[in-house]
Design a protein around this ligand. Structure first.
Ligand SMILES: [Zn+2]
Length: 264
């Protein structure tokens, strides 16, 4: 939600992080100083404001909550600004110089692209903040982060979440969205239902990998399976801890033409 002119290009103003939050050290290169966090004393040889803000927003375990929330907002605003700038550049500055990643707004605003799925999930970060990610999935299986929100201040009822989702749907365009997918926590499932009631053209999908996750956690509670998993762990640990054994294993896999689902 950035407003006003956002054409601040190269010469950025001095950042807020230096006011009381970071101790500025010597200049290391043009415009870059070493930095020490005033709260936890973490040190950076080159204190880039984005990195320092991200530290205060997400990682510093000693800074007060209001400071970390303040910087969480700045980090989010900067992300939105970068997105806007990259969208502007796509339109004018780079006619055919080199292929640039399309700004996400340009991308979903384009006439050609549609049949998107919106995926959402929430989790709690180490500081106890409730973070929510909203992702746009394309038919060609590309994923774009639409919104990353700190929703700690609100109670996550189905009604509230459906309002947040609705805003996102309106931004992207209702006609471009075919499905919404999430895990099956009661509030999230409820929000999905409310959205599909409101927009019958959107398909309500329960995240299948979450079902597999739940099923497998039930399966490993069975005694026989517990024993099997224990033995499998002994084997994997052996090959992980021995470079010689793992080389031998790789050779054997190649020789036998064994193809797995992914890299292991
Ligand atoms: Zn710190």
């Amino acid at each position: 939600m950035s407003s006003g002119p956002s054409k601040v290009s190269k010469g950025r103003p001095p950042s807020d992080v230096w006011c009381n939050h970071m101790i500025q050290g010597n200049m290391q290169s043009r415009g870059h100083y070493s930095a020490t966090c005033s709260y936890c004393r973490q040190y950076w040889r080159q204190g880039r404001p984005q990195v320092l803000s991200a530290h205060l927003a997400n990682h510093c375990k000693k800074c007060p909550d209001d400071v970390s929330l303040y910087f969480a907002k700045i980090v989010r605003k900067n992300l939105a600004k970068e997105e806007e700038e990259s969208a502007d550049e796509d339109e004018s500055d780079y006619p055919n110089k080199r292929v640039r990643q399309t700004g996400i707004k340009n991308f979903y605003g384009g006439e050609k692209e549609s049949n998107f799925t919106i995926a959402l999930d929430g989790w709690t970060d180490p500081r106890g903040n409730s973070l929510w990610a909203f992702i746009l999935l394309t038919p060609s299986r590309k994923e774009y982060l639409l919104q990353l929100e700190d929703l700690s201040k609100n109670s996550h009822t189905a009604e509230y979440l459906s309002k947040v989702i609705n805003d996102i749907i309106c931004k992207v365009g209702i006609s471009k969205i075919v499905a919404i997918v999430s895990d099956n926590a009661a509030n999230v499932a409820g929000a999905r239902q409310l959205i599909t009631n409101e927009y019958p053209s959107i398909i309500n999908i329960r995240y299948i990998a979450h079902c597999i996750n739940l099923i497998s956690s039930d399966i490993v509670k069975v005694d026989q399976v517990k024993c099997l998993v224990k033995r499998a762990n002994i084997l994997t640990r052996y090959f992980k801890n021995s470079t010689l054994a793992s080389t031998w294993l790789k050779e054997a896999i190649d020789a036998k033409n064994i193809a797995g689902p992914g890299q292991s």
